[in-house]
Ligand binder design. Structure first.
Ligand code: AMP
Ligand code: MG
Length: 400
């Protein structure tokens, strides 16, 4: 199975989640479920874009002119005194433009005409509309502000707040359970007994899930025991929108995840033509997508990136599922042997002054070498063949 083939099967089984109405504060990064309409005009009244004086533009035609100051308009105050002929109102940014005025003269183009501030010198000719922000100039009541399928960023949340929305109809973040498996795993800082290792996949996968915009759900670590694995997977598929397991999907004697998932769900078992990451299980258990990721940490991360992340993004309604793929200059030779598979290397990608990407290996490329993975910010894609020479172009997936 090649990467695209596996992805097609996975994506077909991961439909978009039902929409939900979330408070604005919980909607950052979510995708709108449908068009979002403005509840009222923004601005909802004509207001001043400057601190200065509200005037009748015609009165300034012979500037410099002296006008009588008949009041003050502050932001937040209800409309006050009207502006008559040869009159002005002192006005602050955001205040309602008084009836009768049609222009604002910024304070820097004025000076007091007397001690008491009762009269002001306007030293420029204003045109009607100068520094007036008109009702509906930004948004009109009933206007579609954002189409469905829009990822909400901080600016979108600001716009929603500006029309009085306190909630928004979005595809909610997927709840994603993460289960480690293996008799050898120790989760906390306890001393290791012979043969034990620490569970590094669970914190890594929980963090990858969180970065993908999902709600991570820690399902713990199960020993290599069919009943324990079954109990944990059942809990996961009941409480989550998707489940990731790591380990136990190969053909080793104690790889019970495979046995259990086959019994509980409708699974595919693939040797994907990719390295690292090749043993991959995917299917549904009680309708919930389950990804059986490999145990080796680098394989686990690469499988997540290639297969789980795009599927989770699709479930959350994102129009763009995949990481950006860019050409980069190889700063060293990346050698490989032809074996019919795509090879992925953990690399450090940097941009030069001319905005060209350059990549170098982040360390030894064994699928058990965790630090290499942590130091990488990209994966170089080496197609089947002998590899890439120093200075040649190579495609990379940017992970950060
Ligand atoms: P498995 O797929 O269960 O045969 O595991 C493959 C390799 O990954 C073995 O060396 C395991 O010890 C290791 N491994 C499995 N799960 C984890 C984990 N959660 N954290 C770190 N290493 C793991
Ligand atoms: Mg195992």
């Amino acid at each position: 199975m090649d990467v695209d083939g596996a992805r097609r099967v996975i994506l077909a089984a991961c439909p978009v989640l039902p929409s939900a109405i979330l408070p604005l504060g919980d909607a950052l990064g979510c995708v709108t479920a449908g068009p979002v309409v403005a509840g009222h005009d923004v601005p909802s009244f004509a207001n001043s874009a400057m601190d200065g004086y509200a005037v009748r533009a015609t009165d300034t035609a012979t500037a410099p002119v002296i006008l009588d100051v008949v009041g003050t308009a502050a932001a937040g105050s209800a409309p006050g005194v009207e502006v008559g002929t040869r009159q002005a109102v002192r006005i602050m940014t955001g205040a309602v433009v008084p009836v009768g005025a049609d222009a604002i003269v910024m304070v820097e183009r004025t000076s007091p005409a007397d001690e008491g501030g009762g009269r002001v010198v306007i030293d420029m000719v204003a045109s009607p509309g100068d520094h007036v922000r008109h009702p509906g100039e930004d948004l009109r009541a009933g206007q579609v502000m954002f189409e469905g399928g829009t990822e909400l960023g901080p600016g979108h949340l600001g716009v929603l707040a500006s029309v009085g929305a306190t909630t928004v109809d979005v595809v909610p973040p997927a709840r994603v359970g993460v289960l480690s498996t293996g008799d050898e795993l120790v989760a906390d800082g306890r001393p290791l007994r012979p043969g034990q290792i620490r569970d590094s996949n669970r914190p890594m996968l929980l963090a990858l899930v969180e970065r993908a915009g999902c709600v991570p759900v820690d399902l713990g670590a199960a020993p290599d025991d069919e009943e324990a694995i079954a109990v944990a997977i059942r809990a996961g598929v009941t409480g989550c929108d998707a489940v990731l397991t790591s380990g136990g999907v190969s053909v080793g004697d104690f790889d019970y995840v495979r046995t259990v998932l086959d019994r509980m769900g409708d699974m595919h078992w693939w040797q994907v033509a990719v390295r690292p990451a090749k043993p991959l299980a995917f299917g549904t258990v009680a309708g919930t997508p389950v990804f059986g990721l490999p145990g080796n940490p680098v394989s686990s991360l690469v499988s997540f990136e290639l297969f789980a992340r795009p599927a989770l993004r699709q479930m959350m309604g994102h129009p763009e599922l995949f990481r950006p793929k860019v050409p980069a200059v190889a700063q060293e030779a990346f050698r490989r042997r032809p074996d019919g598979r795509l090879h992925l290397l953990c690399v450090v990608a940097t941009l030069d002054d001319e905005n060209r990407w350059h990549v170098r290996s982040s360390g030894g490329q064994g699928s058990h070498l965790l630090r290499t993975m942590a130091l990488a910010n990209a994966l170089a894609l080496l197609p089947d063949g002998d590899g890439v020479e120093e200075g040649a172009s190579v495609e990379v997936l940017l992970l950060a």
